[in-house]
Design a protein around this ligand. Sequence first.
Ligand SMILES: Nc1ncnc2c1ncn2[C@@H]1O[C@H](COP(=O)(O)OP(=O)(O)O)[C@@H](O)[C@H]1O
Ligand SMILES: [Mg+2]
Length: 414
Amino acid sequence: MSIDPTSFLHDEVRRAKKRLEKALREGDSVVASRQARRVAELLRELARYRSWGGGELLELAREYEELARKLSKGVVVPVSQLPREGAPAKPLSRPVRGVSRIATGESEVSKLDREFDAEAEKLIARADVTWNDIAGLEDVKKALMEAIYYSLAKPEIPVKLEPPRRLLLYGPPGTGKTMLAMAASNMLKATFFNVSVDRVLSRYVGDSPRMIAAIFRAAYRHAPSIIFFDEIETLVARRDTGKEAATGVVQTFLTELDGFKTKKLDKPVIVIAATNKPWMLDEAIISRFEKRIYIPLPDKRARIQLFKLELEKKGFKIQDITYEELAELTEGYSGRDIRNICKEAVMMMLRRANPDIYQQITRVENLAQLQKARYRVKPVTRQELIQAIHKVKPATTPQEIKKYIEWTQKHGTQ
Ligand SMILES: Nc1ncnc2c1ncn2[C@@H]1O[C@H](COP(=O)(O)OP(=O)(O)O)[C@@H](O)[C@H]1O
Ligand SMILES: [Mg+2]
């Protein structure tokens, strides 16, 4: 079998570049910026397939990212100034990881900050989730919409209202916290910064305070923005384990949270943090979040919706079982668990319906042939679904649920 996964990427790069050039000629800097970022993403993806020469692609990707940033600030860039492949690569400035802590004067510091700025921009992610993709959680959706509405809209007569801009979502894993943050961002047409705190802390060891500050700066630049800090408890957890002098990180985080609250911005920056372990947070952090919203496991109605989202809405049929029954059988399961159940059951159905794919695939010679092949799809049976339910174990225990409820009684705001 000889399928070259990069040929598709090369085609995509070409298409994105065309769209970028078109947008530049038409002076549409919003589209141009998006396309430049897309080119950068694709180049990074391509670089992963290269055993050599990947560095050049990454350098080129950086140039497109820089371009995207300029464009998003409204800088006019002529088509002739697009980054070129094979152009002499600019010498790489100092690597971000393990940067020497001795800065030599102002300019060196600001240069370093600029590098962190570029790193922060990489955290911008697509948020294409809509409220309708999220099952259940009606009250939570309303609370989030409300917070956003009052952050953006102006009062009819001058009154001083401080809309909540720092929201904490907590609850069992896999219940839609990330999705909610994305949907909020999508509704706002905001720039979405997806920050896995754990990853930032381990990637920028020693420099994480700098990185946190850079993330906030990037969010102001791209406002309206939503910064989503996932697994926020790892920020504090490190302080205990002494993995890092994390006090500095926590301190920076708190300072930034306080600072941005008072900052006068005509476009808002909203911070949404998420955690599965709220009891690990300390008071200093908890109190910074005006709204602390519990995201519970899905109730029966939400579970029906979840099964329908994963099966019916995707075109699959079920046989000898109802959605009602499926929901009854899955009390205690999270949205993610239910998605896994459906994936598992669909896989079983596919194996049953297409027992001959192994012989077929060995005969495939190229991508085009494979794309022409057709596989059979049958209804997913009761047996397959029940087997999948037994296979997937709920990620949260009743004891843990009790802990969430206790924490809510102490710290919840809703
Ligand atoms: N309420 C929900 N509605 C729809 N899908 C959900 C829901 N909760 C979880 N899921 C599914 O589980 C996956 C993980 O959800 P995520 O938002 O990342 O959970 P969390 O951030 O709470 O751990 C989602 O990508 C989605 O497929
Ligand atoms: Mg998540």
